[in-house]
Design a binder for this molecule. Structure first.
Ligand code: SAH
Length: 339
């Protein structure tokens, strides 16, 4: 049994013929799923009743429920999306001028264990399947038309590569939701094989890499993934990626007061990212997390010093700010261009 939201639009014809249904029905099914946005086959009224019943039995539409919501004064809204087995993930909707960005999760919890990250503090429960990730998107788009997706919620997308990619390809598909590839950003903590696979996909998703430290000693302390794929190996793979795809990479650098915010760190960061062609840096102030009260948000002046060092070294850099703090929705991910 396959879930309806795990089948790519181009696959429906083959699915149906294997199933004894005439392939022309595929167009009607796609119309129901991605133009009428049904969430139950009973609503697919262009299809005969017996077909609706068959589809409901054999290609069920994944059910979710919104278990909680919280809205920030800046308009950012967080939804807690529950799945059939009782597990849940957070998705965040971020309105901005002309944009409506959804931050999506790919796993319940996270195994990567970054020291400053709330999602990693409890380990991973399970990965989401492709249809669950699509269902999460659908829960978001019921609140408004999504213009951008950032895969910066709970979980490490490259630790759940196949299901995440299938979901994003479905959301990107012309005969599906048709969200442009360049409007979809994947963020990884540095799972090198995932970067290599993405480069080979030939698809124009945007890539962000969470760096947060300029050397192995500090990075391994903050991000255990660095012990598996040290920073030299990671940056070499990033350089390969930009050469092969001609696409930029954005490095995320969360600034933590007194931890990774020295002028030396900024200078070392500039030197290292310059080894990657077409690299950009986003500087993000830490969002405080309950399990690490010793990690503090830096002063504005520190952010500006960092920005200045990087810019003078010729690195394209942006300061980001958190959104949704009062909705408890802020992490590094909930940020927008300043001003
Ligand atoms: N696993 C992926 C995507 C999820 S996290 C990744 O690591 O990139 C999205 C971003 O938020 C990452 O850059 C992550 O390091 C950052 N982040 C996590 N906790 C944060 C915090 N407390 N303050 C600021 N940024 C944080």
């Amino acid at each position: 049994m396959k879930k309806a939201w795990s089948i790519l639009p181009d696959e429906w014809g083959a699915e149906l013929s294997a199933y004894g249904v005439r392939p022309y029905r595929a167009a009607q099914i796609l119309q129901s799923l991605y133009r009428d946005w049904i969430d139950d086959w009973s609503a697919a009224t262009t299809l005969p009743l017996d077909l609706r019943e068959k589809l409901a039995g054999d290609f069920p539409i994944t059910k979710t429920s919104v278990l909680a919501t919280s809205k920030s004064s800046d308009g950012t809204e967080k939804l807690l999306v529950g799945f059939e087995d009782g597990e849940s993930v957070e998705t965040v909707l971020i309105p901005a001028k002309g944009r409506f960005t959804q931050c999506i999760s790919t796993q319940v919890g996270c195994a990567m264990g970054c020291a400053f990250c709330a999602s990693g503090s409890q380990g991973v429960v399970r990965s989401l399947s492709a249809d669950e990730i699509v269902a999460e998107y659908m829960a978001g788009r019921r609140r408004g038309e999504i213009t951008n997706i950032v895969v910066m919620g709970m979980g490490e997308p490259f630790a759940n590569y196949d299901e995440t990619m299938r979901a994003l390809k479905l959301i990107n598909a012309g005969k599906g939701p048709n969200l442009g590839a360049r409007h979809i950003t994947l963020s990884t903590c540095g799972v090198v094989p995932g970067i290599r696979r993405l480069a080979a996909e030939g698809i124009q998703f945007e890539l962000s890499v969470s760096l947060h430290a300029p050397n192995d000693e500090l990075r391994s302390r903050l991000m255990p993934v660095n012990r598996r794929w040290p920073i030299g190996e990671l940056l070499a793979e990033c350089a390969e990626y930009t050469k092969a795809t001609k696409r930029i990479i954005t490095f995320e650098y969360t600034v933590i007061a007194g931890v990774n915010d020295s002028r030396d760190c900024a200078e070392e960061l500039a030197r290292r990212v310059r080894s990657v062609p077409m690299a950009k840096v986003n500087l993000i102030p830490l969002s405080p997390v309950a399990h690490r009260p010793d990690f503090k948000t830096p002063q504005e002046a520190t952010m500006l010093m960092f920005l200045d060092v990087l810019m003078k070294a010729g690195v394209q850099t942006m300061l980001r700010r958190s959104r949704g703090r009062d909705a408890d929705a802020a992490c590094g991910q909930l940020r927008l261009r300043r001003g």
